[in-house]
Design a protein around this ligand. Structure first.
Ligand code: ME8
Length: 514
């Protein structure tokens, strides 16, 4: 029996201070696409998401809502879970930092850091931004605010510190020995220069509020929310039981997906905490960019927050999934524009892929007795088209390993274009009268190309892909990437169900009413 390689992928855990928006949906979706891709490619995948429920920011939001923090976090955490479900995200575990398993894990990690001599008691005097849950040096402030624009407050209190300053060389050596540990490359360089510029010890406990994990043996201190939050990734695979089957199988994580705003926490603090505790750092951390809305920064105060659920209700889930991962080179910032979403739905989905499937499958239904046609010998053009479809998976693997979702989709769509060009050149509607056996061959080739396209778009658009594959009467166990290529080509003569369009055009409600 072959051993399946494990693949552990995580989203950030989201603060429950506010309802989820398009940014959260984006990160979780990108992880879902990778999780599905790796599962279809035969890996033993574990996909983790969840909520970050402690700290001052959440405590304040609960107070503002007139609720105790636990009742508040229960409510908002459920919204995040419901969003991930509505987006058809195939997560295996949803972690909440208020769970008992997590308190145990954080306290165990803390004790490891103490045992290693990396934690000492001191006092903190400096700036803190509740919105970022981050400490800032005087020199970092811009016009009296955090560099992120968040308000800062002066904090002076007893605090435990983590000896981060002692980790500079070991961090740099780790980045050096693991060139793929941070992506994209430009962000990796930013992290390295930040570490090279010198690290200060990090305050890792607070005494001025209560909503968090108590420090072992000194419960007047609450652990700094980022130490608590980052630990979620190991809690979820069973930490502190490092010898457990789960931990050994899935740790280190293959990929922490994060937004660019929190890369430093995930590549400097997290790696130092883990190394100090004798735990391996994650294999890779990838930082994607930020979305703006019609050119403007998305913010509650500007009133331009995009609700992903409304978008899904209006445009359908798979088109939204496709758009978010196709529109913007993954890793760069991107702008959300409705007209672009509509354009992609009508062009890439309805015209290009949708029409291809619809044209081919309806011709098969009408002219081939509603069964997979029987091909004759393949011409050079047939072989070229089939060859590009067969070759796609290797190219996609390379792109997905770099989190280049947009490139992966572009590659799939070059085959969609090739197939559309081929159908126009071969003109099976003419062959119907002049050379029916050749028509059968052309429709066979196209059907098998559509089989490849359907299998390969599954990670991006699971619902639409299933509809396409159902129309080819492909069994559930014949949809994995191991079925790609000529060895599992469609069996001629298999009866097919009646075709139905998969990607309707978007028609604006006012135009539809006319
Ligand atoms: O930072 N565009 O949680 P958070 C793209 N709890 N992505 C966006 C976005 C935007 N406009 N806005 C938010 C936290 N995101 C911590 C994480 S992990 C141990 C703790 C996404 O609720 C992006 O992934 O503020 C960003 O990193 C994350 O939401 C921040 O979520």
């Amino acid at each position: 029996m072959s051993v399946r390689r494990s693949y552990f992928i995580t989203t950030p855990i989201y603060y429950v201070n506010d309802s989820p928006h398009i940014g959260h949906a984006y990160t979780t979706l990108s992880c879902d696409v990778l999780a599905r891709f790796m599962r279809l490619d035969g890996h033993d995948v574990r996909f983790l998401t969840g909520t970050d429920e402690h700290g001052q920011k959440v405590e304040k939001s609960a107070a503002a809502a007139g609720l105790d923090p636990q009742a508040f976090t229960d409510r908002v955490s459920a919204e995040f879970k419901a969003l991930a479900e509505k987006l058809n995200c195939s997560f295996d575990d949803f972690i909440r930092t208020t769970e008992a398993r997590h308190t145990r894990s954080c306290q165990a990690l803390w004790q490891k850091l103490v045992a290693h001599g990396d934690i000492y008691l001191g006092s903190y005097a400096g700036w803190y931004a509740v919105r970022d849950e981050a400490f800032y040096a005087e020199s970092e402030l811009v016009g009296g605010k955090a560099p992120t624009g968040a308000d800062v407050e002066w904090v002076e209190e007893p605090s435990y510190f983590f000896r981060l300053s002692a980790w500079q060389d070991r961090l740099l050596a780790f980045y050096d020995a693991n060139p793929e540990c941070i992506g994209p490359r430009a962000r990796r360089n930013e992290v390295i220069s930040f570490v090279k510029s010198g690290l200060h010890d990090l305050s890792v406990s607070r005494t001025s509020f209560k909503w968090g994990v108590p420090v072992p043996n000194d419960p007047a201190h609450i652990m700094y929310v980022w130490l608590d939050a980052l630990t979620n990734y190991i809690t979820a695979v069973g930490y502190p039981d490092e010898t457990s089957e789960m931990f050994r199988r899935y740790w280190p994580a293959d990929l922490h997906m994060v937004g660019k705003d929190i890369l430093r926490f995930h590549t400097v603090y997290w790696h130092a905490f883990l190394m100090a505790a004798g735990v391996a750092p994650p294999t890779r951390v990838f930082a994607h960019g930020w979305w703006t809305n019609e050119g403007q920064k998305i913010s509650k105060s500007l009133g331009n927050v995009i609700d992903p659920l409304k978008l899904v209700d209006e445009f359908g889930l798979d088109p939204v999934r496709y758009f978010l991962l196709r529109e913007v080179p993954f890793g760069s910032d991107g702008n959300f524009a409705r007209h672009q979403l509509i354009k992609r739905i009508n062009t890439d989905l309805a015209n290009d892929l949708g029409n291809l499937a619809q044209r081919v499958l309806s011709m098969v239904a009408k002219n081939c007795g509603a069964a997979v046609p029987t091909p004759g010998p393949f011409s050079a053009a047939d072989q070229t088209l089939l060859g590009t479809a067969h070759g796609l998976i290797d190219a996609l693997r390379a792109e997905m390993a770099q989190q280049a979702f947009h490139r992966a989709l572009e590659l799939i769509w070059t085959v969609v274009s090739d197939a559309n060009r081929y159908i126009d050149e071969q003109a099976p509607w003419t062959l119907r009268k002049t050379d029916p056996p050749r028509m059968a061959t052309v429709l066979y080739v196209l059907s098998d190309v559509i089989r490849h396209l359907g299998i390969l778009v599954q990670p991006f658009m699971p619902g639409a892909a299933a509809k396409i594959l159902d129309q080819l009467a492909l069994a559930g166990d014949a949809r994995g990437f191991d079925r790609l290529g000529p060895n599992h080509a469609l069996a001629a003569g298999r009866a097919l169900p009646a075709p139905a369009p998969v990607f309707p055009r978007y028609v604006a409600p006012e135009a539809a009413a006319e």
